[in-house]
Design a protein around this ligand. Structure first.
Ligand SMILES: *Cc1c(COP(=O)(O)O)cnc(C)c1O
Length: 224
């Protein structure tokens, strides 16, 4: 996996250290995460609150960096604010407010990314392009949170040009927000099948599951 990232970085004239490999460990057992840790992996992403908190508790002896990458319901914000260092898919001010209220001031600020629905498909989560700026400025003003950037999951497509276009769109959105006075450094985009295109367009975090841990079982997929 590191090799795929390094080769994409070479092609993009970027330093490999500018891309964080986030291992998406949903449905992966705690012992397998421990193995990945001993192989050098530090950052892990979980999509389900209860499953994630169980593994975080079980692996508390390791120095791991936990990201919550799933959709977040307001009744789960306290657990996420307590156990995770990052949240990747904020798409409502209400959720951000609840995370801010629940974050222990003794902990570092909780890192957040706003999820953007670039294709405008009504069934997908994420804010529309037109709503990003307002939400970003509001979230940025909340205490105990650190707005870091934007996340997207493009619509399923076999068209590499469309994928590139989506990733480029997210990068330009981030640039526009920074021109408007924000100071964002994170583009969370690219997964097992499309991380090269994402890196070419500036991804700083790639979220990779199956290409690290193997394919999830049908039962696991049904949970998602
Ligand atoms: C599952 C998941 C991933 C990883 O997907 P793979 O195709 O297995 O690499 C990345 N991001 C999110 C939000 C996910 O739910």
């Amino acid at each position: 996996m590191r090799q795929r990232i390094e080769s994409a970085c070479r092609q993009a004239h970027r330093a490999p250290a500018s891309v964080l490999l986030l291992a998406i460990s949903k449905t992966v057992s705690a012992p397998s995460i421990r193995d990945a840790y001993f192989a050098g992996q530090r950052s892990f992403g979980e999509n389900y609150v209860q499953e994630g908190v169980e593994k975080i508790t079980e692996l508390a002896d390791l120095n791991l960096d936990w990201h919550f990458t799933g959709p977040l319901q307001s009744n789960k914000t306290r657990q996420v604010a307590t156990h995770f260092g990052w949240v990747h898919a904020v798409d409502r001010l209400k959720i951000a407010r609840r995370l801010a209220d629940a974050r222990d001031p003794g902990l570092p600020n909780l890192n957040l990314c706003i999820q953007v629905n670039l294709s405008g498909e009504p069934t997908k989560s994420g804010v529309s392009v037109g709503e990003v700026a307002a939400l970003a400025h509001e979230v940025n003003s909340l205490p105990r949170l650190k707005l870091r950037g934007l996340t997207t999951i493009p619509e399923p497509t076999d068209d590499p040009a469309l994928l590139r276009q989506r990733f480029a769109q997210l990068r330009r959105l981030l640039e526009t927000l920074n021109t408007d006075g924000l100071c964002l450094d994170t583009l969370s985009m690219g997964m097992s099948s499309d991380l090269e295109a994402a890196i070419l367009e500036g991804a700083t975090i790639v979220r990779v599951g199956t290409a690290i841990f193997g394919s999830r079982t049908a039962a696991d997929r049904a949970m998602q």
